[in-house]
Design a protein around this ligand. Structure first.
Ligand code: KG4
Ligand code: ZN
Length: 344
């Protein structure tokens, strides 16, 4: 039997399918009972996400992933109060799979449908109650760093947030992945650069930091600088990367992390808010994590880093937004459509 919005026990099924991960989660209020993610290995062979293949893989994965999420949560679908899904932004063919599935299930079970903005979810993932993360106080600054986005957001309340800075070209995750590709590393290369960076000298090869507005980002210049640098080094020594890989990765990591921290410094100065929460796949990065820890002790910032499972794309973060919207009675009509570009 489905409960009223005033019930203390709300069960939300959440679905995320905006890019190349098919994910389903079940939340009991603000706690995660299950969070199943099926990664699509197929894209590795192509060095990046192939939209048509992503959409097909979502179609294959969605039913088993949802089934597993319900099973792990030990919940029957008839206990669910609402279905939350990622409406956008993302790849259209991917979003359509999750959206159609969520709509059909909500109609079948006769429970509300809740549309969620993927980037709100990366930020509000901090409100999942979990012993491995701390809940930020409003107002705070969110730095969302993923394969598709790089944004600085001033968050005044759950649904009162404003983008105050963003990338004018590539996203930071894209910069990591494209740099990794030039180094001959497989996709997605961000985690590998991070791993090798820990073994290298961050001051070995200084790369330039692009100059744009104080709160905006640009990563395309860094990509070109790395390309020319590698061409020059390999012309002198064809085996350059065999012995310099760790130092190159450490230098790229230092350039990117210093740049992100510089932008956060500017955001703190401009807003007077020194509570910082990061989100998105790149927030799994060890360099940004230790730089934030250092800023906490040296600059007196209060920093919040999500639990690893809530950094990369996952349905639990969609579920927490679904729960918060459910409490406000913010349901979507069944005519709601997936949107590859969705206003913030
Ligand atoms: O949020 P996410 O899972 O998907 C998008 O919405 O884009 O982010 C994926 C991105 C990829 O670019 C990946 O290389 C990057 O996050 N990433 C990392 C690390 N882990 C994931 N980048 C740097 N260091 C990491 N440890
Ligand atoms: Zn994401």
């Amino acid at each position: 039997m489905n409960q009223s919005p005033l019930s203390k026990d709300i069960y939300i099924l959440a679905i995320e399918s905006s890019c190349d991960d098919t994910s389903a989660a079940v939340l009991h209020n603000d706690q995660v009972l299950s969070n199943v993610v099926a990664n699509q290995e197929i894209h590795r062979a192509y060095g990046g996400v192939v939209p048509e293949l992503a959409s097909r893989a979502h179609q294959q994965n969605i039913v088993p992933v949802v089934h597993q999420a319900l099973q792990q949560a030990n919940i029957d679908k008839n206990q669910l109060n609402a279905i939350a899904f990622t409406q956008g932004p993302g790849l259209m063919g991917s979003l359509l799979v999750g959206t159609s599935f969520a709509k059909s299930l909500s109609l079948g079970l006769n429970i509300p449908l809740i549309n969620v903005h993927h980037m709100h979810a990366h930020i509000l993932a901090h409100f999942i109650k979990d012993p491995e993360q701390t809940i930020p106080e409003f107002p705070f600054i969110a730095l969302t760093i993923s394969g598709g986005h790089t944004q600085i957001v001033l968050v005044k309340d759950y649904f009162d947030m404003k983008i105050i800075g963003e990338t004018i070209d590539d996203a930071v995750g894209e910069a990591y992945d494209k740099s990794a590709k030039m180094l001959g590393l497989p996709y997605p290369g961000g985690p590998l650069i991070d791993r090798y960076a820990k073994l290298g000298n961050p001051d070995a090869y200084p790369f330039p930091k692009p100059k744009v507005d104080p709160l905006n980002f640009s990563f395309s210049g860094l990509k070109t600088a790395i390309l020319y640098f590698l061409e020059q080094q390999q012309a002198k020594d064809p085996n350059f990367l065999e012995h310099a890989m760790n130092d190159v990765c450490a230098s790229i990591q230092k350039t990117i992390v210093d740049y992100l921290m510089e932008k956060l410094d500017n955001a703190v100065a401009q807003t007077g808010v020194n509570r910082i929460a990061i989100g998105g796949g790149v927030s799994a990065n060890s360099g940004i994590r230790s730089a934030l820890a250092q800023a906490e002790s040296e600059r007196g910032w209060k920093t919040h880093v999500p639990k690893f499972a809530y950094c990369t794309d996952n349905a639990a973060m969609i579920g927490i937004v679904g729960y918060l919207k459910y409490l406000e009675g913010a349901h979507a009509a069944h005519s709601v459509a997936a949107k590859s570009r969705l206003t913030f």
